[in-house]
Design a protein around this ligand. Structure first.
Ligand code: 6PG
Length: 237
């Protein structure tokens, strides 16, 4: 596991954009799972302005690690956010964009997406080239929340989860898909994340209750991109 700490959210997104560019450009094809959240939004804006001519977009295959069960036009849709901040600008072939269908019945949406992953990705457990994750203030990742941490290890590739407060249904990939990723990256910024980041890295407190601590790719390739605010409770050694 590696951790990289930057001065600001903007610098974190900028460093990650470089990381991503190198990986896409040197690959033949690159299958990536995106997440929702505020840091990816900043990243997408940067990619859609400064990287349009720098990335071989035609190599990219885009998926999501989680989606809210809303139509793609909803302001809450992770696909919708990605569309308006990145897909409307970057020349990614449209037939290489595989969204989770949040408008379907959640169980159907989860089953359909599992089929998409089985069809498109290699491996007995479908393996992304890169899984991008965020971490919520409560330690959730993708849409596996602490109160439903058992969903992490549920059989099958995709599950239906529920947001603890709004009860909004979500579709999420499971732990086995996340950990089968050839590479997994966390993008975590802001001081509201500091306590959980500190607990997870220092293995203290209630860290075992946070789904984010279960992210341990079998490839061993896990990188946390953090800003100073999110990293302020790390014991640096
Ligand atoms: C979602 C996300 C979720 C997100 C975290 C962090 O759809 O809600 O995929 O897991 O990554 O909540 O979000 P921020 O980057 O906004 O803190």
């Amino acid at each position: 596991m590696q951790r990289k700490i930057y001065n600001s959210k903007k610098e974190t997104a900028a460093a990650f954009a470089e990381f991503l560019m190198h990986r896409i450009n040197r690959a033949e094809t690159y299958h990536i799972a995106l997440s929702g959240g505020s840091t990816p939004k900043m990243l997408f804006d940067l990619l859609a302005t400064d990287y349009l001519d720098k990335i071989h977009w035609e190599k990219l295959y885009v998926y999501w690690g989680d989606e809210r069960c809303v139509p793609p036009t909803s302001p809450e849709s992770n696909y919708g956010m990605t569309k308006s901040h990145l897909l409307d600008f970057a020349p990614i072939p449209r037939d290489q964009v595989f969204r989770m269908q949040g408008e379907l019945d959640p169980d159907v949406g989860a089953a359909e997406y599992a089929k998409v992953l089985r069809t498109n990705l290699k491996g007995s457990i479908p393996s992304f080239d890169l899984v991008i994750l965020g971490m919520g203030d409560d330690g959730h990742t993708a849409s596996i929340f602490p109160h439903q941490i058992d969903l992490w290890s549920k059989k099958g590739l995709c599950v239906v989860a529920e947001h603890p407060e709004t009860r909004q249904k979500r579709v999420s990939i499971t732990g086995e898909v996340i950990n089968a990723g050839a590479e997994v990256v966390f993008l975590v910024t802001g001081d509201s994340k500091a306590t959980k980041v500190g607990e997870i890295f220092n293995t203290i407190g209630a860290y075992q209750q946070y789904p984010a601590c279960l992210v341990q790719p079998t490839s061993g390739k896990l990188t946390w991109f953090l800003d100073r605010d999110a990293a302020k409770e790390l014991v640096l050694n």
